[in-house]
Design a protein around this ligand. Structure first.
Ligand code: MLT
Length: 312
């Protein structure tokens, strides 16, 4: 019967290509991390690991796709801090945002940068905050929907400066970056995995990083605190998930492949170039990921509720 089959399939897993659903558009930071991880995991697993972009609704459409998928290890989700903020941001979701998934392991924690279109009329964070306060009704802030990292950073920013700007949602901050570069949208808070190269090329303006310490890949960019704005501290952790009910041997095999990927020198070098680094090996386990994830849900709930009037 089916039960007898499960252990056999689980023991031989994987026997065919695996899909990693990225809940944002191609070309953005989540996609960038996912493609780097998928390639190396595939080598360890001996199967193609294919990235599938399912954008929309701040990442909840892609998360729902995986929550509803067969729990056989062939449909996975690579998502970020949105897995901890959506329970507070969404009153109703078509899936259980916590019990619908099996954590496999954490991957990386990425700093954010507050950037603007190249001709934005400010050169420092203080000047930019003054412009945001004065022209809040004319300015557009790009994000990747409610539940995105760019949304969360925007929530913290707008509540700290007490100025709500118009937000323009995209299916990912890859497409949003094109609008910033083209000067059609004014501001965005986005991860260094998407902004480092544009900042180095001076193709956008940058005002601060959202980390306690400066980012070594962007040594000249001040932290928000250094630049005079307290409370804009957020880093975007990413993890890998399978649908609830995926057999334990499959979860364990995927965690092994993830840990192997995070030891790959080319991946480490690329993460470093983009302002980030893999998590320590003991964080790329199901237990460590679950503990961190549950703690993050509790951490962000009050902060989101306090900033709530700035939510879209
Ligand atoms: C986000 O803002 O959540 C991400 O940057 C979206 C993306 O990866 O495109």
């Amino acid at each position: 019967g089916a039960l007898a089959a499960a252990p056999a399939a689980a023991q031989q897993y994987p026997t065919r290509p695996i899909s990693i659903v990225v809940p944002f558009a191609a070309g953005g930071p989540t996609d960038t991390v996912s493609r780097l991880v998928a390639e190396v995991m595939g080598r360890d697993l001996g199967q193609n690991v294919v990235v599938e972009n399912v954008g929309g609704a701040g990442g909840t459409l892609g998360a729902n796709r995986v929550a509803q998928a067969r729990p056989d290890g062939y449909t996975l989700l690579l998502h970020h801090i949105g897995m901890a903020t959506t329970p507070a941001l969404y009153r109703r979701l078509p899936y259980d945002p916590v019990n619908g998934f099996e954590p496999i392991g954490l991957i990386t924690e990425v700093p954010m940068t507050l950037i603007a279109r190249p001709d934005f009329p400010a050169n420092t964070l203080a000047e930019a905050v003054a412009v945001m306060r004065q022209r809040r009704d004319q300015l557009n802030y790009a994000n990747a929907g409610i539940g995105a990292a760019s949304h969360l950073c925007g929530l913290l920013l707008m509540s700290r400066i007490e100025a709500a700007m118009t937000t323009v949602p995209f299916r990912g901050t890859g497409p949003a970056m094109q609008e910033i570069l083209g000067g059609r949208v004014d501001l965005m808070c986005d991860q260094t995995t998407n902004t480092t190269e544009q900042i180095r090329a001076r193709a956008v303006k940058v005002f601060a990083v959202t980390t306690r310490e400066r980012v070594s890949a962007l040594p000249d960019v001040p932290t928000a605190a250094e630049a005079g704005l307290q409370g804009l501290e957020v880093t975007i952790w990413h993890g890998l998930y399978a649908p609830r009910g995926t057999p334990a041997p499959v979860i364990q095999r995927l965690s092994q492949a993830l840990q192997a990927a995070l030891r790959d020198q080319r991946l480490i070098t690329r993460f470093n170039e983009l302002g980030t680094a893999p998590v320590a090996q003991d964080q790329a386990t199901p237990a460590a990921h679950r503990a961190f994830w549950l703690a993050e849900i509790e951490k962000w709930r009050p902060l989101i509720q306090a900033a709530g009037q700035y939510a879209d």
